[in-house]
Write a protein of this length. Structure first.
Length: 202
């Protein structure tokens, strides 16, 4: 896609906690209008949505406090193209093996995830992964891992898009993209480009 693959499109970034600004800046650079989503009414009229990294249990708790959880489930299950990065992947998942007390995922992406599977923040790393595109071709993407989760199982309808050290770190299911890593911290646009390409999904 072109560098302005977001031209004419409006993308929401869930803005309750975590790496919101980095996603917003990258989407702006791709030509998209960005809405920082803090209430359910801001989900209306979006072409796509990003659930950023951060503390997944904190974001989960805030979605409940702000009555956003059900609206998110309705919008995403209704076909809104959505990218979940790191904590966002955990939120989208069907099951978390080691949830924080009271934490529940949105249950929309048919995967089971293991939180903080790659260690503490001091174990963070930057690397280049092979990303499998919808066409089946692979191409390199830059990735930063920070207290990253891993996918330990995936349903039949889930396509594996990337591995790191033998672990599944990227998946695709219909209108959903879930990744363990942070392309936005590396100014990597390929995954966001793919999200923008899904805006006709509904």
């Amino acid at each position: 896609m072109s560098k302005l693959s977001g031209a004419g499109k409006t993308v929401g970034v869930l803005a309750l906690q975590g790496g919101v600004s980095e996603h917003a800046e990258l989407l702006h650079a791709l030509g998209a209008d960005v809405v920082l989503v803090k209430k359910s009414s801001q989900l209306e009229g979006l072409d796509a949505l990003v659930l950023p990294g951060g503390e997944s249990s904190t974001i989960d708790r805030l979605t409940r406090i702000l009555d956003l959880r059900d609206a998110l489930i309705e919008a995403i299950s209704g076909g809104l193209p959505t990218l979940g990065t790191c904590a966002g992947l955990i939120m989208l998942s069907r099951e978390i093996t080691d949830p924080a007390p009271g934490q529940q995922p949105l249950g929309l992406l048919d995967v089971t995830v293991d939180r903080n599977a790659f260690g503490s923040q001091v174990a963070s790393a930057e690397t280049v992964l092979n990303w499998k595109s919808p066409s089946g071709e692979s191409h390199p993407v830059k990735a930063a891992f920070i207290r990253a989760p891993r996918v330990i199982s995936a349903g039949e309808g889930v396509e594996i898009t990337a591995h790191y050290n033998g672990e599944i770190v990227g998946v695709r299911q219909g209108n959903l993209l879930g990744i363990s890593f942070h392309p936005e911290l590396c100014e990597e646009t390929a995954v966001h480009d793919e999200l923008l390409g899904l805006t006709g999904y509904k």
